[in-house]
Write a protein that binds this ligand. Sequence first.
Ligand code: SF4
Length: 908
Amino acid sequence: MGWTFIENIAQRLGIIPDLDRKRSMGASGPLRTYPDSEHWHDHVELDANAWPEQVERRYSLVPTTCFNCESACGLLAYVDKDSGQVAKFEGNPHHPGSRGRNCAKGPATINQIQDTERILHPMRRVGKRGAGGWERVSWDEALDEIAAKIRASLKTGAKDRVVYHVGRPGHEGYTNRILKAWGVDGHNSHTNICSAGARTGYGLWQKHDRPSPDHANAKVILLSSSHLETGHYFNPHAQRILEGMMDGAKLIVIDPRLSNTAAMADHWLPTWPGSEPALFLAWARMILERDLYDRDFMENWVNWDMWLDAAHPDEPRTFERFIELLLDEYAEYTPEFAAEECRIPIEQVIEAGEAVANAGSRLCTHVWRSAAIGNLGGWQVARTLHLLNVLTGSVGTEGGTSPNSWSKFKPELFDEPPDPDGWNELHFPSEYTLSHYEMSHILPHLVKDGRGTMDVYFTRVFNPVWTYPDGFSWIGMLENEDSIGCHIALTPTWNETAFFADYVLPMGHASERHDINSYATSAGKWVAFRQPVLREYARREGREVEFTHEVNPGEVWEEDEFWNELSWRIDDGTMGIREHFESPYREGERITIDEYYQYTFERVPGLPEAAAEEGLDALGYMRKHGAFLIEDATYSKHEEEGWPTPSGKQELYSQTMVEFGYPEHAIPHYRIRSHVHPDNLQGEDEYCLLPNFRLPQHIHSRSANAKWLVEIAHRNPIWIHPKDAAKLGVDEGDLLKIETEIGWFVDKVWVTEGIKPGVVGCSHHIGRWRRSQDRGNRFLTNEVTMEDVGEGRMRMRTVSGVEPWKSDDPDTNRIWWRDGGVHQNITHAVQPDPISGAHCWLQKVRLSRPGPDERYGDVEVDTNKSFEYYKRWNEMAKQRETHPRGERRPLWMKRPLSPRKEHWFMPE
Ligand code: SF4
């Protein structure tokens, strides 16, 4: 975005703010309004609430990191020295990823810690699971009882019956260490409803399964939907996209919905969902035809010769012939074809394609969730998008897209237990040979299908009953004590899944916990320290703290200390677990939390030296600054490291796909048409529901206790194009019944040109609920009834919307909104992609006016139908199940927690 002459003069004269990135970009610029870190323990500022009186307030500013999305942006907690409590959060200018800036969710951390309904003490179920009865227990009781259950399970020799299922991760490596110490293949994650589709596409090329776009230095920024730019890495990416644009980069956004990012774009291409590979392949063909490919990168770093050997053994083995044959292979991907598949004008295909084709090594592309997680074959989106980087040689370059692992720091832990001696079939069923992550979204169906059960099941900051598709199947599994012997919810706030737990254990929000963070939010590599700020404040004030729950509100604890304590208690002295929790500094004694972080930070490259310059040790530096920049930029690492694939190159040709039964996908193509492709819809009566876009103010399930965020966004109407609204005869605010494959919900209509005709949208975050016996999150939850109406049919009805209530916080009595939205996810069928394993979020739906007894917020689901429907999708994977050399899955592919190698083979 270039500034006009007048704007430039106005900036220099100070008439308008100085927005020039070179003079205001944070770590390298002044950020003059931030206090100097030398005075962070003794910061004085005027109390804004006392204005016009000038009342001074004294603060200790303690750095930590935000826990409200994955980016882990820096926060500065302002601890009021009079009250000893956190008064507010601002950005931390020393954090290399966020550089002092945050999105709305960062400062709203104060709402979460001051939430009058938060869980402050360990709770144990009373009565039937899910019935809503709870009693307070001590940490000692909870730890001893849970430890006994885990001990009993481990002593049977089972390696797959104690499970940790994580929603919001955010701590590098620690829980895997715990599971390994217990000897269980027990890691489950939310990734298959999130990024597994994109990961498969990237993983096939380079094993590194995540992209890291260098937006700030790009010539062209190509985003396949803005999903990530309003969700994951939102703030760090958004600020760098703007910097790139201020330096002249063009922004292209592919998204059927006019997102905030699309609204800022030079080119918005509202493609039909799932058609993106057709567009990218058409652009690939343009690059090849016009000789705009990077010959040096292609010839040296791509396994083009393997494709020639496999597909064209009789052809000359020359690079020139390869290019000709690739052009033949891609002959069908014309601009006309792309325009027709995407349902956009051909001029748009060509105009945006020319910008892409001419971007050279500064083509910066990105896809994360969005189309890649929406469609059957969504993984093709990432694979074909990355092809554009490969062709233009913009892989690992300044202004291009690098593997995320180059910019992500992996901490060294004080002890690494051996890999688990078993394989968890419930997480990696044998038919999903290429599934990039655990098949978590079909867990209730696998259990119902008799493929396994669990003794102890931890959900950690994880709310599948609400967030996942088909929530009634989750409720069914959680309520059944034969399926799950004991369910423990580790969570900072109540949620729909915690209602169905045996123990609810309160864990800390951002400023109440320890974690190590490192994310590829830019081209550099950094590490950050999420620290419990009142613990650090106590230390600065000369007070000793043993356990973090001594300073946190109530008895809110934090996970490292919890896991250490639990592990110690599981071991009765015969199990070899305790040896993994001993201090590296004091032989035979239990490790302390300070020793754990001391050990890790002492091993961060460059950190001890930087700390010494300030007269500190490494832990002291991180306590003071909260973050450390390890490398400025991590470009071109392949020149030293190569690519960790079977061929050692970027894999245009995948022998793995051939061997595992998918030869038609040996190279990137558009062979799979999405389940919501127009050919698969029943004419004009069926629509595509886009249910997985994010609102920038919310996270999936942990922002309902943040009053500022809820005040900004609390409804999730159905986005519908005026043409479709006219066809259906509905106006703004009218009710529509949206029928999925397994049920229906009733929502209000929002008529907008910001959605493609034929597609309807509904944001992911809203529609939270509680029953009369449940508690928490009243800023955003409707009170509902739940009824089993027979033959597997479950019904939910809103009995009251959001209401004000009296509490210690006067704002709870000032709530002016009443509409808490509708829970759409629970009506979605599970649709596991047979290759990536990812849930295909997009739903085929029929739209109609609700019947006389059907009201706003009503939901009905047929759980028998949902199981049958799961079986149909599961069959797709079973039909192709292939295990070359007896391998369960490719040996070179990643697994988040890998068992010993012998378990990667099918049992005899
Ligand atoms: S982008 Fe927003 S929610 Fe995410 S870590 Fe940064 S401030 Fe927090």
